[in-house]
Every structure is written in structure tokens, then in C-alpha cells.
Write a protein that binds this ligand. Structure first.
Ligand code: ATP
Length: 210
């Protein structure tokens, strides 16, 4: 809670921050790219986290301390597969890992926000927007959602994961109906990419006129 209060205090009051989220395979990154192509600044929290674990010596040493030397390969590159395997069934380690990574992303976001302080609308793509209560530090939230089966098929194609693997990740995430209730805007991604583009444009129109 304390961290979130700091985040809102630091946030530039002139920029309206829209938290963009969605479960695995919902299409949130695809939507984020569409929004970026429309000219809005987008901060990719999960993408930045992936970069920061490689860029930051501080994170490297903290993660190695927590999970061991194997967390990075011989070239010093983050070993995502190893780390995921360890934390997937170990909530305590996952929490400890998050306690290392989340503050780093938070301060990286604040720097980004400063650089975009002149923009009226900015978007922050975050998988765990609601789970971590990060929507409270945003002006409004936007959820991307889709039928379970479409999501599973899309992730199977993208990541060559099995049906069961994707299902088990989905089962650990916040139920879709709870996210829909909590979101200020919902984008349904059950059709083609062209249809998604239209849906996003509609939502952006609503957003920019509120
Ligand atoms: P994750 O949380 O797993 O990173 P995500 O919510 O960011 O997922 P995307 O990566 O945007 O989801 O989409 C998942 C996959 O589905 C991608 O390969 C994307 O190209 C594809 N995809 C998204 N929407 C559609 C659509 N409407 N039609 C076809 N493919 C789609």
C-alpha cells in the first residue's frame, strides 16, 4: 500500500495514466501496440521488467542471492526458464522475487512518466494491474479479454505450450469475471485482428473524450 501511495504522489498530475491489462493470451500487448501506433505513449511494464533484470547489476546480484547462480547463464543473461520453474510452485520465492523486481520497475516507470509529462494520455501495460492493486495509481483501467479457448489457442501457437500448460497458468490468474467488474473499460478480443483494431479505436475515442 505504501508503495502505491508513493507512486501516486510521484505521478505527474497532468498525465492521465491508463492501466492496460489482461490475462495470458488476452491480447493486451497487441492492443498496446495498436495504441502506440495511434500515437500514444505506452510503457510496457512486463517488457521493461525483462530488460531490467539484464541491465541492472543490483537486480542481478539480488536475484542470484535469492535463487542461485543458475538464475543467469555464463554470458550473464537472465535464465527465465530456470527462474520460472523455481517460482511457479513456490509462492514464497515468487513473492521474494517480485519484491526485488517490482520496485525497480516502479522507479523506471516514474522516470518514463517524467519524460512523457507533456502528454495528456499515457498507457501502462501491466499483466498484474488488478492483482497488485496498481490500478489505484492509475486514472482509469482498460481490460483486454477474450474467450478462454481463443486465449489458450493463441498462446499455444505463440509459445509452443501445451493446452494443459496454458490452462494451468490461467487457473492461477484472477478470474476474468472479477477483472471485468473492476475495469473501467473492457475490450473484447474474440474476433480477427482487424476487428480488434476497430474495438481499440472505439475505446480510445471514449477515453479521449472523458
Ligand atoms: P501474455 O500475457 O501471455 O504476454 P498478451 O495478453 O500480451 O499475452 P498477446 O501477446 O498480445 O497477448 O497475444 C497473444 C497472441 O495472440 C499473440 O501471438 C498475438 O499475435 C495473437 N493475437 C492476439 N489477438 C489476436 C486476434 N484477435 N486474432 C489472432 N491472433 C491474435
Amino acid at each position: 500500500m505504501e508503495q502505491l501511495e508513493i507512486a501516486s504522489e510521484n505521478a505527474d498530475p497532468d498525465s492521465k495514466i491508463f492501466g492496460l491489462t489482461g490475462g495470458i493470451g488476452s491480447g493486451k500487448t497487441t492492443v498496446a501496440k495498436i495504441i502506440e501506433n495511434m500515437g500514444f505513449p505506452v510503457y510496457y511494464s512486463d517488457g521493461r521488467a525483462k530488460e531490467l533484470v539484464n541491465e541492472s547489476q543490483f537486480l542481478k546480484s539480488k536475484i542470484t542471492q535469492l535463487l542461485g547462480e543458475e538464475s543467469y547463464d555464463k554470458q550473464g543473461v537472465y535464465n527465465r526458464k530456470f527462474v520460472s520453474t523455481i517460482v511457479f510452485d513456490n509462492p514464497e520465492k515468487l513473492q521474494a522475487l517480485n519484491a526485488i523486481i517490482h520496485p525497480a520497475v516502479k522507479s523506471d516507470f516514474q522516470n518514463w512518466l517524467q519524460k512523457n509529462a507533456d502528454k495528456e494520455f499515457v498507457f501502462k501495460e501491466t499483466a498484474l494491474l488488478f492483482e497488485l492493486d496498481l490500478d489505484k495509481a492509475c486514472y482509469k483501467s482498460v481490460l483486454v479479454t477474450a474467450e478462454d479457448n481463443s486465449r489458450i489457442k493463441r498462446v499455444m501457437d505463440r509459445d509452443s505450450k501445451t493446452y494443459r500448460e496454458v490452462q494451468s497458468i490461467m487457473a492461477k490468474q484472477m478470474p476474468e469475471k472479477d477483472k471485468i467488474k473492476r475495469a473501467d473499460f473492457v475490450i473484447y478480443n474474440n474476433g480477427t485482428l482487424e476487428e480488434l483494431q476497430t474495438e481499440v479505436e472505439k475505446t480510445i475515442k471514449e477515453i479521449t473524450t472523458i
